[in-house]
Design a protein around this ligand. Structure first.
Ligand code: VGL
Ligand code: ZN
Length: 221
């Protein structure tokens, strides 16, 4: 609880048509049993399903890597998952193979029930560039089109949930804030990988970027 920005005692946040729920990477490979399982990752599924009923607008991101993707440890001889290397665009954590295009692991969690979702943004399909963020790839240059889409639709606030708190949720939220959206992370609707201090680092980076870290209970039903 100490991590949360004091939502307690505040009025619940009323959701309007200018708000969008951005559900990040709730895919089989990030759930228990998946190749890059996030501890307790399955717990976000019912929380997000319930949360979704409070939003008129929902957008999903989907990690969508090529086989042999540059972010996979298996693509770098002698390297093991969770080591880091220097790529052309900066430091990269190396991951187990995950979310390969068209595989079961890349599919959304079976229990995720978001038939009203208006857009799915796939990311990480450039074989040599990772993309934690739903907005901009790890080269910090190549844009996915999501910011343009959200702006064109007139959204003003972005509420982020999903997996993992310290990677794709954090980078997506930071970029949303940098794009000028009022940005929230619904912390209890996320779960973290937490490798080498990554969760504390991500929470601090989100706060520096002006992202508000709240809980789903503060969203009015
Ligand atoms: C993610 C590591 C690699 C995430 C995706 O969704 O947080 N993390 N690819
Ligand atoms: Zn990935």
């Amino acid at each position: 609880m100490a991590y949360r920005d004091g939502a307690s005692g505040r009025e619940p946040t009323l959701i309007t048509g200018k708000d969008v729920l951005l559900v990040v990477d709730v895919q089989n490979d990030f759930l228990p049993g998946g190749s890059l399982a996030v501890e307790g990752g399955d717990a976000v599924v019912p929380i997000i399903n319930d949360l979704a009923s409070r939003f008129a607008h929902i957008v999903l991101t989907q990690d969508w890597h090529t086989p042999g993707h540059g972010s996979f440890a298996s693509s770098h001889p002698g390297k093991t998952p969770f080591e880091t290397i220097d790529m052309a665009y900066g430091r990269q954590v190396l991951w187990p193979d995950h979310c390969i295009q068209g595989t079961t692991g890349a599919q959304f969690a079976e229990g995720l029930d978001l038939p009203r979702a208006e857009l799915v943004v796939r990311k990480g399909f450039n074989p040599s560039i990772d993309s934690y963020s739903g907005f901009v790839e790890a080269d910090r240059r190549t844009r996915t089109g999501l910011a343009g889409y959200l702006k064109e639709r007139g959204f003003e606030r972005v509420f982020c949930a999903g997996l993992a708190t310290d990677f794709c949720v954090a980078w997506t939220a930071i970029d949303a804030a940098e794009e000028g959206f009022e940005t929230y992370v619904l912390l209890d609707a996320t779960r973290a990988i937490d490798t080498n201090g990554s969760l504390d680092e991500a929470l601090a980076a989100m706060r520096r970027a002006g992202v508000a870290i709240i809980e789903t209970a503060s969203i009015a039903s």
